[in-house]
Design a protein around this ligand. Sequence first.
Ligand code: RP5
Length: 164
Amino acid sequence: MKTKVAIIMGSSTDLPVMSAAAEVLKEFKVPHEVKIVSAHRTPEAMVEFAKTARDEGFGVIIAGAGGAAHLPGMVASLTTLPVIGVPVTVGKFKGLDALLSIAQMPKGVPVATVAVDNAANAGLLALRMLGIADGRVAKGLEKYRKAQIVKVKGMNKELKKKKR
Ligand code: RP5
């Protein structure tokens, strides 16, 4: 069975941000599943999801949440799979609350945290994790890395043209 990536989030209102992770995985043709799992609204479903994730074939979990964002940390406490947290911008503190909730996990339960609303990076980090054992994914990432170099070269060419 191929390793899958789980993309979970606290609410469907997180989807516009979290769909960027799915886009990246789609681009790399890596199987993934998207699901709404709320730590405070559906705590039992969250426990069930986290406890069974490895047996369900998931290799990495991406978890997005906003506000008092406890979903990534709670899920990480219930599994030994790597969990990548995405702080989502919601309300008055514009994602800073979620960033601190997710990044400031106490020692013993790690959650890798990406920048606020940067679900694309969560997808890329998940690919790097899968790429440790999956040569096809690693090759794809190398191609992606080189494409970024070409992009910056193009930017410099454009700059030079404008200077003339
Ligand atoms: C969190 O509460 C979700 O992750 C979401 O970011 C936030 C607000 O949820 P809604 O009230 O929009 O459903 O659990």
